[in-house]
Ligand binder design. Structure first.
Ligand SMILES: Nc1ncnc2c1ncn2[C@@H]1O[C@H](COP(=O)(O)OP(=O)(O)OP(=O)(O)O)[C@@H](O)[C@H]1O
Ligand SMILES: [Mg+2]
Length: 368
């Protein structure tokens, strides 16, 4: 405690801060070992806190909540907060190792095509970046890459500055790689099974991603060979399953979910896309596909509903124009829905166990 708490800080202060249960992460700050330093100049308290999630936009809310907790504990000094993120490496499939430089790979998948995976993947990546994380986006859809268009990179070709690794392209602050950036999208290409998996693993391992907190993988539709191979070969910290609320889509979502369960990739949660329809004319919202489907699916499979997104023509228009909603309209209802989803997904990952090899130093036994 002595190395954390400076002179003159009343005894109850650290106690009150540590006892505070963060509603977003569902754990106490003490449990999270969040407090890095605490000092006072007599009048004010200054605390340095670190959380295992992107914290952009959270400082004010947490400061207010902590000041209320301190007041309840009878402490009248006002707390000022310095809040940083330290996003840990989380555990992956037992047979695989986390990738060097990439802290967490998060797959965005579904059982069925066209439910909004690519739109969720790009907005999730951009929302994490907006909250301060270092983020990459890998378009794993070899047959129908969407990310070049969604990121406004259509027609751009990736190059290599060292002749060894491919430089990721950068758009709206995230790094991106897609087969669409390596081949001419207008030329028809015949892909055979083994070529597809090797193209994918090359995209992943031969791209210079730099240091990333999250690499979001936009998965191809379905639970076919490609998706399965990817789930088995790529060290994934967690998967997000996208579904629409209709029963048929939900049945497919179960297949998508089970594929990850089979290869021991943790499911972070469910995203219900096109939950309600927002009328372009009057803004009225209607649950045209029924309601509660995502919630039931999550409950049936011991996971959580990470977010619900409206069916809104502007979401499609913004993605098509290369400026997804999180960047085009961050404060709109749809922008906020994606940002909330990113928050919940980061929290779901933070609740998972960490990679043990990055927690403890490797012990090397030398032969003499
Ligand atoms: N919430 C939404 N509101 C309106 N349009 C949406 C929404 N989500 C996705 N779309 C649109 O629906 C179409 C399909 O979305 P998207 O490409 O993200 O799905 P996908 O699951 O990745 O499809 P595929 O299986 O072909 O890869 C796109 O035109 C997209 O702009
Ligand atoms: Mg897609």
């Amino acid at each position: 405690m002595a190395d954390v708490v400076g002179a003159g800080v009343a005894e109850g202060v650290l106690q009150a801060i540590n006892a505070y249960v963060d509603p977003w992460l569902g754990r106490s700050l003490g449990d999270l070992k969040a407090v890095r330093a605490l000092r006072t100049d007599g009048r004010q308290l200054h605390a340095e806190l670190t959380l295992p999630v992107p914290v952009g936009g959270y400082r004010e809310e947490l400061t207010d909540a902590l000041n209320q907790a301190l007041a309840r504990a009878g402490i009248t000094q006002i707390l000022e907060l310095q809040l940083t993120a330290d996003i840990p490496v989380h555990a992956v499939q037992k047979s695989l190792q986390p990738l060097p430089g990439i802290r967490n790979v998060v797959a965005v998948a579904s059982g069925k095509g066209g439910v909004g995976k690519s739109t969720v993947a790009v907005n999730l990546a951009l929302a994490w970046a907006a909250a301060g994380a270092r983020v990459g986006l890998l378009d794993a859809d070899i047959y129908g890459p969407s990310q070049p268009t969604m990121l406004g990179l259509a027609g751009r070709q990736a190059t290599s500055s060292d002749g060894k690794r491919i430089d990721a392209l950068v758009a709206h602050g995230i790094k991106a790689m897609s087969i669409g950036m390596l081949i001419d999208a207008d030329q028809p290409m015949v892909w055979r099974g083994p070529m597809v998996t090797s193209a994918l693993t090359q995209l992943l391992s031969e791209t210079d991603w730099g240091e990333l907190d999250y690499l979001v993988v936009d998965m191809p539709p379905g639970t076919g060979d490609i998706a399965l191979t990817l789930a088995q070969r790529v060290p994934v910290a967690g998967a997000v399953i996208v579904t629409t609320p209709q029963d048929v889509a939900l049945a497919d979502a179960v297949k998508g979910l089970n594929m990850f369960v089979k290869v021991a990739v943790p499911i972070l949660g469910i995203v219900e896309n096109m939950s309600t329809h927002v009328c372009t004319h009057c803004g009225h919202e209607d649950a045209i596909f029924g309601s509660g489907g995502g919630e039931r699916l999550a409950a049936d499979h011991q996971t959580v509903l990470l977010g619900r997104l409206p069916l809104d023509a502007r979401i499609r228009a913004e993605a098509d124009s290369g400026v997804p909603s999180v960047v085009a309209a961050p404060d709109s209802a749809r922008g906020k829905a994606y940002r909330d989803l990113a928050r919940q997904t980061a929290a779901a990952l933070a609740r998972r166990s960490r990679d043990r090899s990055s927690l403890f130093p490797k012990i090397v036994v030398e032969d003499r």
